[in-house]
Design a protein around this ligand. Structure first.
Ligand code: GDP
Ligand code: MG
Length: 421
């Protein structure tokens, strides 16, 4: 007797219905297991899968903020046609194997580096920073007098104090000659006269420097930072970035010191702490490629300033020159007239040595200004005056400590007043 006959004879029993459902379910499972692999191969199924993946991506993107354009992506954009053409001209640089890591602006810097309103005034920062120089230079000049009137012996001692404060031999001689003249004409007879004369003379002399940053007329300003290892380049870049950012500018730093492994990380840490963007490649990669990407990113993101870190010392001076040349060439291809500033960072604690370093660097790079770092740790602040005499490249910024806020634009009035305070 078949199932139909039983059902017809007895009417549907609950047990029969359950058996029927189980049997049907099993049959369905078997059919699905056999059909699924066949189905998966069909075009229709693949199209369906693609659609679902796209939808997932879209919802993902909506949740995250848009990532800044990366090198590869930017080339595909509408705006990039001109850049692609320019790029073809930079034929001697092989970008292909560069590992690019264009970073998003740091999102969650825990705290702003310092609260801007709590900052000490630049004048008091300079005053504090120059305390060692002041003590050495002017306490010593003042003590030369200690109740005495000007005479040959006192003048000799003033000369020694000035040289000891790294004011430079030529400048010192010039001033001593003037002092002698004014002594003979009775214009300078005591310390007060001398102090006033020195202050006025030095201020007037330093004001001949053009101390304004050479900003680009339009588009991003490119600042190349050079100097020997340990002079304070990376720290000074953090200071500049912080200063410009606090003035409302969008800043990108470029880690083009790819020579030392730690250099890239050091700059990355400062970038995060000061809340500026960084462009970096792998350690050992081509520094010019980093500069190239930084300029690209700055143009695409509408940044105001790009600050490029560079290696301090390579195997030879020729290597260094070639590297800096290449970086400059790449930058200039993208932004005619750039770099707008080539800032040389000098370590003030080395005094006259800083001037020798400066001479070496000016012979390999077209240095346009000086960042005089570590003024706080030294009694050799008078070296600024020596620089005016010996290299005559304007000191536009001074470094007065190890944190990003320890920076001041160089202002002869504030600087010289701080020395005599
Ligand atoms: P780089 O090798 O030229 O990049 O030099 P760094 O930026 O790494 O600086 C070398 C050392 O000098 C670090 O320990 C810095 O903290 C320190 N330094 C840099 N600028 C100043 C400054 O203005 N004052 C003081 N006291 N230390 C500084
Ligand atoms: Mg460095």
């Amino acid at each position: 007797m078949n199932l139909r006959a039983i059902l017809l004879a007895n009417g549907p029993q609950p047990v029969d219905v359950i058996i029927l459902i189980v049997v049907a379910g099993l049959a369905l499972l078997i059919v699905a297991a056999v059909a699924a692999p066949i189905l998966r191969k069909t075009k229709w199924f693949k199209a369906l899968q693609k659609k679902a993946a796209k939808r997932r991506e879209e919802t993902e993107r909506e949740r995250k903020p848009a990532a800044p354009p990366v090198k590869g992506g930017m080339r595909k954009g509408k705006k990039q046609t001109a850049l692609v053409d320019q790029e073809a001209e930079v034929e001697d640089i092989d970008w292909s194997d560069e590992e690019t890591a264009v970073e998003e602006p740091p999102k969650a810097v825990t705290e702003p580096f310092v609260k801007l309103e709590a900052k000490p005034s630049k004048a008091s920062l300079i005053e504090r920073g120059l305390s060692k120089t002041r003590k050495k230079m002017f306490t010593s000049i003042r003590s030369v007098f200690s109740g005495r009137q000007l005479d040959d012996e006192v003048i000799e001692e003033i000369r020694a104090s000035m040289l000891g404060a790294d004011m430079g031999p030529r400048f010192t001689e010039e001033v001593i000659e003037h002092i002698k003249e004014k002594w003979h004409t009775h214009e300078i007879t005591d310390y007060e006269h001398l102090e006033q004369y020195l202050k006025d003379y030095v201020k007037k002399d330093l004001k001949q420097w053009n101390l304004n940053v050479n900003w680009a007329e339009s588009g991003p300003t490119v600042i190349l930072v050079v100097g020997v290892n340990g002079s304070g380049k990376t720290t000074s870049i953090a200071k500049l970035a912080y200063q410009f950012k606090s003035e409302g500018m969008r800043v990108i730093v470029a880690a083009a010191d790819t020579f030392r492994a730690a250099a890239v990380d050091q700059l990355a840490i400062w970038a995060e702490r000061t809340g500026v963007e960084i462009i970096k490649h792998a350690h050992g990669s081509d520094p010019a490629a980093v500069a190239y990407d930084a300029v690209d990113a700055a143009t695409a993101r509408g940044a105001d300033v790009i600050i490029v870190d560079t290696a301090g010392r390579l195997h030879t001076q020729k290597n260094l020159m070639q590297e800096l040349d290449k970086i400059k060439r790449v930058i200039a291809k993208k932004i005619p007239g750039a770099p707008h500033e080539t800032i040389m960072v000098l370590d003030a604690t080395t005094g006259q040595n800083a001037i020798s370093q400066a001479k070496l660097f000016t012979s390999v790079a077209d240095v346009t200004s000086i960042f005089l770092a570590k003024l706080d740790g030294t009694a050799k602040g008078g070296v600024v005056i020596g620089m005016r005499e010996e290299i005559d490249i304007p000191v536009k910024f001074v470094g007065l400590g190890e944190t990003p806020e320890d920076i001041a634009p160089f202002d002869p009035d504030i600087f010289i007043d701080a020395l005599f305070e």
